[in-house]
Structures are given as structure tokens and as C-alpha cells.
Design a protein around this ligand. Structure first.
Ligand code: TRP
Length: 460
């Protein structure tokens, strides 16, 4: 009720500022606060705020209408969809989720603190949003270390290139900051959500671990765990799960995740299991029982609901709030209206694809921003903003100048779609082949090492 009243007052304020034709910055700031209050309201009540309707006892949510009545992008842990060929409007998402933009200033700061050229994902806005990153850097400058936490839901054997994005970036963070990393494989989550057996989920976790290890993580600095294994073997981890469970109500998870009364209770309590690795005391073997080591979570923005909940609970159970770095989605071959999906073979480039399969998929399925005929294209140029081959190159081509030249040539019409696709194919083929080589060299013994709870090479 308190937030409801604040919201009503803030709505009035925005209207009066607009009527008074106030400074744009003031109006924007007032709207920002309004949207933040709406997010808070929804978290607390499980309902969308409606002017004139005070909160009621039952949650009805999920209408995806924005202020001006336009359909909003769908972004939650299970669905990503937009009507725009350019993809999700990430600036709007920052406002809706109440996170902060990774601006040039922050990228420069990361460069200064780490002493390394920022990763291309930072230079190109692929990691675009954050929570509390400045705090992490402040502490790091004062010799206070932190740790990284990321994860994967092992829903199948087949991983695609989009799945590698958080891991490639996390590897870079681990290298430049020299800090511990924990990787959660949520085999329990996939069992609860999908029509799969427990044993299959557990097996997929071990198979996926091989692809993750193939990204080059250091076994002395990295702990990978399956929930099904680690939950039962670590009293400290389970204690944290229970603490989180006690501090989140059914109404709250309904509001955050859209659960309904007919969802199984495993789903309803699962968010506590994804929250627990954000607290250092869940890993006493690594942090020697310390509960105050700050956590930084690199993840795709769709995982943010889990961590909004985690950050809300943390101070109430005596832990620091985890910081976050959010990435955009990796677009499907058919276009940026949705992300790559492992269940649709033609939407994805798999890590097991042969050079020939890669070539065929890109040529046949990659949505083109080029014109229908060569003549038209030469004359009017293509649109790189909706062109999937160009988007993929922004993820994987290292050279900024080369990429910029491609963008200009494609826009002017000098570069044809076929030529652009050829460049992508020639970028992807060696990259995937190298991954396959690395994965071949990952033995069962190595997987076991990474997945054994043990001290890492850090003194806490
Ligand atoms: N829920 C995630 C998924 O389905 C897996 C996950 C667990 C994760 N913990 C994480 C992802 C931390 C990013 C960061 O893919």
C-alpha cells in the first residue's frame, strides 16, 4: 500500500512536469523513478500497478502493455521475443529492470583497473547493463578481491555458439582479475521444467561441462558443480538455500517469475538454489568459511529476475548483494526477433557442426539485411542493423577497424550479402573447429577434477 501511494504521487508528479513543459532531464528522472517504483510494486505484490486500483489479495499480472499502449518485448528466463528485426530494445529493458547501462565511462574504468584492453563484448555493448559494477571496482582497487559466478541449465547435449557468450566473457574476467570462479549446472532446474529424466539431466551436466572446460578455464581457479551432486554434499550450500527460502514468499516469486498455483513446488522453491552460489559461504572449501566475499555474476539479461530476488534477500540474511554484468541475446539465424534455441536445429550453429554444415546454415538461413537484387543492393546498400551475419560478426570478429569497414561497405552497397556471409563463415569455421579440438582433449578425469569440491589457488 505504501508503494502504491508513492506510485500514485509520482504519477501525478510526472504529469505535472510534462504539463509544465519542464526540463527534459527532470521529466526523465521522474519517469525513471516511476518505473522503478512499478518494478518494486510488482515484486512486492505480484501485480502490475494500475492507477486507481489499490493492491488486492490475488495476483493478476502478465499484461505486456507499456505506458503508451505499445506491446513490450518479452524477456524472462523462459522466453525472449520482440516484434523488431533489430532485436530487443535493450535501453528500455534497462529502465524496466532498473539496472544501469554499461557506458563508455565504465568501460574505460574497467580498462584502467584491470590494466587490459576491454574485451570486444564490452567495446561493442554486448555486455550492456550492470548492477553495482563500480562498487566491485572500488573494492578491487583497495585490494579487496571478489569472485565470479555463472551457470548453465543443461537441457541437452547440444550447445550452440550463443551458449558460449557468457563463458567466453567470464574466462576473460577471470584472466584479467585473477579471481575464483564457480559455475553452477542446474540439472535440477531442467528436470523440474522439462520432460527429461533426472539421469539425463545429470548426464547433460557432465557433457556440457566438457564444452565449458574447452573454453580454457584454469582448473586451479574454477569449480564447476552439478546441483544434484553438490546440494547433497555441502551442508553450507544447503543452509544458504534454506535461508533464502525463508525470506521469499510465494507471492513474491509469482510476481517475479509468473508462477501459478498449479506449478509444482520444485519450481517455486528453485530460485533459492540459483541464489545460493552468489554467497561465498556456500563454498567454504574455497573461501575458508568467509561469508563476505563479494560476488560478480556475468549472465544474459534474462537471468536477472533470479538475481533481483537474490539482491533483495542478501542484506536480510547478512550477505553482500551480488553485482551483475548483463549480456544481450545471441540472435537466431532467422533474425533478432528471438534468440538462438537449441531445440530448433535451423536457428542455431551448434558446437558440433561441421564446416560444411556451418556454411550451409549461414547461406541458407541467416536473415539478410541486403536488397533483393544485386543492382538494388549496389544502389541503395544493405542494413547491417537487421542483418544476422553482420550481428554475428560483431560477436566474433576481433578487429574493430575491419568490422567498421564491413559495416560501412555493407551500408553503402559495395559489399554484397554473399560476400558478408562468406566472411562470417570464414570466421565461424576455424573458431568451431578449434573448440572441437579443445573439447576432444577434455578427459573424463579432467571433468572430475573440475567438479570435485576442493580448495582453489587463492588465499582467503
Ligand atoms: N538458469 C540458468 C539457465 O537455465 C542457469 C544458471 C544457474 C545461471 N545459475 C546461473 C546462468 C548464474 C547465469 C548465471 O541457463
Amino acid at each position: 500500500m505504501e508503494i502504491y501511494e508513492q506510485l500514485t504521487a509520482q504519477g501525478d508528479k510526472v504529469r505535472s512536469l510534462k504539463t509544465a513543459k519542464a526540463d527534459k532531464a527532470d521529466v526523465d528522472a521522474a519517469i525513471q523513478l516511476l518505473l522503478k517504483l512499478k518494478v518494486d510494486y510488482k515484486e512486492v505484490t505480484g501485480q502490475d500497478y494500475k492507477a486507481g486500483c489499490p493492491p488486492s489479495g490475488t495476483a493478476v499480472s502478465n499484461d505486456r502493455q507499456s505506458e503508451n499502449g505499445a506491446e513490450e518485448d518479452t524477456v524472462d528466463p523462459w522466453n525472449v521475443a520482440t516484434n523488431s528485426a533489430k532485436g530487443v530494445d535493450y535501453d528500455k529493458l534497462i529502465v524496466r529492470f532498473g539496472s544501469s547501462k554499461i557506458d563508455q565511462e565504465l568501460v574505460d574504468r574497467i580498462e584502467k583497473v584491470s590494466g587490459q584492453k576491454p574485451h570486444r563484448f564490452l567495446r561493442r555493448g554486448i555486455f550492456f547493463s550492470h548492477r553495482d559494477m563500480n562498487q566491485v571496482l572500488d573494492a578491487y582497487e583497495k585490494q579487496k578481491s571478489f569472485y565470479l559466478y555463472t551457470g548453465r541449465g543443461p537441457s541437452s547435449q547440444a550447445m550452440h555458439v550463443g551458449h558460449l557468450i557468457p563463458f567466453v566473457f567470464t574466462k576473460w574476467l577471470q584472466d584479467v582479475f585473477d579471481i575464483p570462479l564457480v559455475i553452477q549446472l542446474t540439472d535440477d532446474e531442467k528436470y523440474l521444467w522439462k520432460d527429461l529424466s533426472l539421469e539425463d539431466c545429470h548426464r547433460f551436466a557432465e557433457e556440457n561441462a566438457k564444452d565449458i572446460i574447452a573454453c580454457g578455464f584454469d582448473v586451479n581457479k574454477t569449480f564447476i558443480f552439478s546441483d544434484l551432486d553438490y546440494m547433497g554434499s555441502s551442508p553450507e550450500f544447503y543452509r544458504n538455500v534454506v535461508k533464502v527460502q525463508k525470506h521469499v514468499t510465494f507471492n513474491q516469486v509469482k510476481g517475479i517469475f509468473g508462477f501459478s498455483d498449479s506449478d509444482c513446488i520444485g519450481k517455486i522453491s528453485f530460485p533459492a538454489i540459483q541464489a545460493a552460489p552468489a554467497f561465498s559461504s556456500s563454498f567454504p572449501q574455497i573461501f575458508k568459511g568467509r561469508k563476505d566475499v563479494q560476488c560478480l555474476i556475468p549472465c544474459a539479461i534474462d537471468q536477472d529476475p533470479y538475481f533481483r530476488m537474490t539482491r533483495d534477500v542478501a542484506p536480510r540474511i547478512g550477505y553482500p548483494k551480488p553485482a551483475l554484468l548483463h549480456s544481450t541475446f545471441f540472435p537466431a539465424l532467422q533474425g533478432a526477433q528471438t534468440k538462438m534455441s537449441a531445440s530448433d536445429a535451423n536457428s542455431s550453429i551448434f558446437l558440433t557442426d561441421t564446416p560444411k554444415q556451418i556454411k550451409n546454415k549461414v547461406n541458407k538461413h541467416a536473415f539478410s539485411g541486403g536488397k533483393d537484387t544485386i543492382e538494388e543492393h549496389r544502389e541503395q546498400g544493405g542494413n547491417p542493423d537487421i542483418d544476422v551475419a553482420f550481428m554475428y560478426l560483431t560477436f566474433f570478429m576481433e578487429d574493430d577497424e575491419q568490422l567498421e569497414k564491413i559495416r560501412q561497405d555493407y551500408t553503402s552497397g559495395t559489399l554484397l550479402t554473399g560476400e558478408l556471409k562468406k566472411m562470417l563463415i570464414e570466421t565461424l569455421q576455424p573458431m568451431i573447429t578449434a573448440h572441437q579440438e579443445n573439447r576432444k582433449n577434455v578427459t573424463d578425469e579432467m571433468v572430475k577434477q573440475f567438479m570435485t569440491p576442493r580448495p582453489l589457488n587463492f588465499n582467503f
